[in-house]
Design a binder for this molecule. Structure first.
Ligand code: GUN
Ligand code: ZN
Length: 432
């Protein structure tokens, strides 16, 4: 395979824009280039230098397009693709009315495969190159997702959602079958190509203590796997957890007591946290996944980005498809900004882009492979058009810095702003 040289503006990060002044963390090249070789980023430099050094590379010139790392969506439910933007419910009602009936259909391997392909097509158009997805209780739903991702050379994380109570007939497993099925799927897929398995108890209201215990044992046997679940999304959910687990110190304790708290744990939402929960999450270095469009759409609450970043929590960003109201990570970043504004914490564009790329990759413990433009990283990239609509163009043309030019696209952009998505060194078929 010949080398490929992408030309455009480039933006990468040398540091964490929450640890140093945001603009100092970033590296911007207005006439930059990224050299791709064998699915990896071989070099990031000026266009002049890389063109001279690699005269036989196949050139793709994106002009003023901004080349950044592909977006990393740290919490999605691909089976909810078909019910995204369903009206009017709060969490538990929303699950029972829209989500569970749809998830019931994923025992049908053909249907699971159709939705997995649709989901990956749609998200590639939004520049998402990696996601951590819940599947359904059906092993077929996991096979369908990993098969679709593998054929695209995509790095994804997924797991069988486990539920053995408070879910309808046909959508419950048992402690033993959840353990056995998860283990078999983990052994089948984890580490194959770019696929990783995540042990996935949906949330403590839908798992008995016996099931949580069984999944805690499975995680102890496979500590290199991620574990994903939900935590403290809505106040009525928290009250329900208190009723279901009267001995637990708090919501987090319903996981902790069964071995389901650790550095490789991913806790979706994490909005209404008690001081003890924050301290324990920080102590173990678990990932807190912010799902702002979902939190607004389902009416869950305001994630404390400023406070959590200041105390050094590991935070990732996510669409939470289909509780979230968009597949777009640009829309997710806009919602992140707006939610933080309501907490009087204006986030810088560099912080938003970092959260959607390197930050999410770090939450997934994959920051050494994805989430940044740097030699040796996997070649997952997105090219942004910073003047994709008349609304945005009339604003960005007044900009006198990269950040001023980029922020209107973060706030107003959608899939029209995604010029191209490259996955594993190849242009995604959504752009061919
Ligand atoms: N809590 C448990 N399951 C779900 C889900 O599917 N979506 C959201 N937003 N919250 C959940
Ligand atoms: Zn979720």
């Amino acid at each position: 395979m010949p080398n490929t040289l992408l030309l455009g503006q480039t933006l990468s990060f040398d540091d964490k824009p929450f640890a140093v002044p945001p603009e100092a963390a970033a590296r911007h090249e207005s006439k930059g280039a990224v050299l791709l070789r064998d699915g990896k980023i071989a070099a990031v430099d000026t266009a002049d230098r890389l063109r001279t050094a690699h005269p036989s590379a196949v050139i793709k010139d994106y002009g003023d397009g901004l080349i950044i790392a592909g977006f990393v969506d740290a919490h999605v439910h691909y089976p909810q693709t078909g019910i995204i933007a369903s009206w009017g419910k709060r969490l538990i009602d929303w699950l029972n009315t829209y989500t569970f009936p749809e998830e019931m259909r994923f025992g049908d391997a053909a249907y699971a495969s159709e939705i997995a392909e649709t989901y990956l097509d749609l998200t590639a158009r939004h520049g998402v190159t990696t996601m951590a997805s819940y599947c359904t209780i059906h092993p077929e739903s996991v096979d369908a997702f990993f098969t679709a991702a593998q054929s695209r050379g995509q790095r994804v994380i997924a797991g069988k959602t486990c539920m053995d109570r408070n879910a309808p007939d046909g959508l419950r497993d048992t402690p033993q079958s959840a353990y056995d099925d998860s283990k078999a799927l983990l052994e089948k897929w984890h580490g194959v190509a770019r696929l990783s398995y995540a042990i996935t108890p949906r949330f403590s209201p839908t798992s008995t203590p016996e099931q949580l215990d069984a999944l805690g044992q499975l995680w102890a046997e496979h500590p290199d796997c991620l574990m994903q679940t939900h935590l403290s999304e809505q106040t009525d959910e928290i009250a329900w957890v208190r009723d279901l687990f009267p001995d637990a110190r708090d919501y987090l304790d319903t996981y902790e007591r069964f071995g389901l708290l650790g550095e490789k744990g991913l806790f979706g939402h994490a909005i209404h946290l008690e001081p003890r929960e924050r301290a324990r999450l920080r102590e173990v270095g678990a990932g807190l996944i912010h799902c702002p469009t979902s939190n607004k759409f389902i009416g869950s609450g305001l994630f404390d980005m400023g406070g959590l970043m200041a105390e050094g929590q590991r935070v990732g960003l996510a669409s939470d498809t289909g509780g979230g109201s968009s597949f777009s990570i640009l829309r997710t970043m806009a919602a992140t900004y707006e939610v933080a504004q309501l907490r009087h914490n204006p986030l810088h564009a560099a912080q938003l882009i970092w959260l959607a790329t390197a930050g999410s990759a770090r939450a997934l413990h994959m920051e050494d492979r994805i989430g940044n433009l740097a030699p040796g990283m996997e070649a997952d990239l997105v090219v942004l058009d910073l003047a994709s609509t008349p609304d945005i163009a009339q604003r960005s043309k007044r900009a006198n810095s990269l950040w001023q030019a980029l922020f209107p696209t973060i706030m107003m952009g959608d899939d029209r702003a995604i010029t191209a998505t490259w996955i594993n060194g190849q242009l995604s078929s959504s752009f061919c």
